[in-house]
Design a protein around this ligand. Structure first.
Ligand code: NDP
Length: 336
């Protein structure tokens, strides 16, 4: 069994030296356990937070020498659990490794999904995050302007498409003209602005002539600075993530707390954070049904950036933190 462990705590952007691959024989399942083979491993921004010595609160940090955690689509290859049979396809938390043991408590049967990796993307955690954050907190009305950054990523691409279904005008923010073209031409956004462009702030203003009613916060940093002056009275800001700061080792730039607080107060803005782990249960089943229908009908397109081989996980993950991914990032670990 190959597993990728945390070798050192990153200082800023992780490097390949922060990871190590270790190999050991596969352990057979004990009573009540299943042995899983990883087919797909999900790579997600929260993993960066779990590499720090103090975790984000909703999950413990990964210990030095421990296997990097992560959601997986896995195949049951041996079972001593009454609820799972050899050959079953499951959603699991096997982490960055070829095989894992589970007592079954964290496994969700996937049946025979046509494209199982989507259970890690638009039909799974990131899609659910988009759904809950946009609809329950952002609550866009028809004709309102919704802005979302990391617009072609796992969460942002779904936020924008669901906002379009709800009749909103959708403006994406993405890194590079290629991603912006994808947002408009493939995902159907009304406009998309490149945050790396020297005229980003002016272009964002021009793309939002009626101001911004919902800003789905994925990144923070310079993107938040540019958005802030355009938020309308009564705007809603679901705070989903702030990836622009995940590698910070010290406070960046001037103190912008006064502008932020002034905008929240004077514009009566409702900013609300949420952690998707709190929302599973019946709400997830309703999401899965609705999103499954939208995807089947072609109303929501799910883009996937697939990397081949477990050994590629560290470099692909570092790329995610730099915007090198194009769509939901997954690693194909085993063909089946
Ligand atoms: P993505 O697939 O969107 O990949 C990350 C993207 O972030 C990159 O491709 C890049 O896009 C963008 N990015 C990285 N650095 C910067 C930067 N400095 N400034 C602007 N953009 C940057 O990831 P996900 O869709 O999986 O996650 C999106 C956000 O949602 C993250 O903040 C994540 O932590 C959060 N999240 C929160 C959850 C919750 O429960 N609250 C659950 C799941 C995700 P580009 O090149 O376009 O800039």
């Amino acid at each position: 069994n190959r597993r990728i462990v945390l070798a050192a705590r990153p200082q800023g952007l992780p490097t390949l030296q922060d990871f190590d691959m270790v190999t050991a024989p596969v352990t057979p399942p004990g009573p009540g356990e299943v042995l899983l083979r990883t087919l797909y491993l999900s790579l997600d921004p929260y993993m960066r937070n779990l590499m720090d010595p103090v975790g984000p609160g909703y999950a413990p940090p990964v210990a030095i020498g421990a296997t990097m955690v992560g959601g997986t689509v896995s195949r049951v290859v041996a079972s001593r659990h009454p609820g799972f049979a050899e050959g079953d396809l499951v959603l699991a938390n096997a982490g960055w490794q070829d095989h894992a043991l589970s007592d079954g408590s964290d496994l969700v049967p996937l049946g025979d999904l046509a494209q199982p990796s989507l259970a890690l993307g638009g039909l799974g955690m990131p899609g659910f995050t988009a759904h809950v954050g946009l609809l329950d907190i952002g609550a866009p009305l028809p004709g309102e302007t919704v802005v979302v950054a990391a617009a072609t990523g796992a969460v942002g691409s779904v936020v924008g498409q669901v906002a379009k279904i709800r009749g909103a005008r959708v403006v994406g923010i993405a890194g590079g003209s290629g991603k912006c073209r994808v947002a408009v031409e493939e995902l159907g956004f009304d406009a998309c602005v490149d945050h790396r462009d020297a005229h980003f702030a002016e272009r964002l203003a021009a793309a939002c002539p009626q101001g911004i009613d919902v800003y789905f916060e994925n990144v923070g940093g310079a993107v938040l600075d540019a958005v802030l002056p355009h938020l309308n009275v009564g705007a809603r800001v679901p705070v989903c993530g702030f990836i622009a700061h995940y590698n910070d080792t010290a406070p960046q730039g001037p103190d912008r707390r006064p502008e932020l607080l002034a905008a929240v107060l004077q514009k009566r803005i409702r900013m609300q954070g949420f952690i998707i782990l709190d929302h599973y249960g019946p709400r997830f089943d309703a999401f899965r049904r609705e999103m499954g229908e939208w995807v089947a009908a072609g109303r929501v397109k799910l883009r996937e950036d697939r990397v081949e081989g477990l050994e590629q996980a560290p470099s692909a993950f570092i790329g995610l933190l730099q915007g090198r991914n194009a769509g939901k990032l997954v690693v194909r670990v085993h063909a089946d």
